[in-house]
Design a protein around this ligand. Sequence first.
Ligand code: SME
Length: 167
Amino acid sequence: MEPVIPDLRRLPRREAYRTLEEMQRLLLAGSDDVIAAMATTSALVHHAFGHLWTGFYRVVDANRLLRVGPYQGTLGCLDIAFGRGVCGTAAAERRVVIVPDVHAFPGHIACDGRARSEIVLPVVDASGALLAVFDVDSEHVGAFDDEDADGLTRLMAWFARDGRPAA
Ligand code: SME
């Protein structure tokens, strides 16, 4: 039986992410399956912090189109063009985008009207190609900061391994 995902909201953020990194490493040991890794990573982050929506938008047409991948939460929009919304901006500019208040972000795409803040990170593979973006939405304003960017970046590093199954 797989372990239950712990609620890490009471831990200092840095420690919480270290716990998730270790769980991700253990759960994905021996696997090189990207979809399995996306699903597992989404579940870990989503349930550890009780977010509104947590998941991946995959690059299905390079520099043009993202399509929803494994996620947890309420329904996500299916397709997002590069350059559109927070996800499309992170993909087009290949950078972490933190939006403390989605109402103040022109072009924010509201898949769930309860979303108030958001963080999106680029996800690259071992060759450096953009594979996806990772999107986390919160019901709270200002839920994400640089500690989240650092912690989530470490979780996304799984996708840039050299292709061999993780030890
Ligand atoms: N808010 C995102 C769209 C994806 S969902 O929120 C799940 C954006 O503006 O790109």
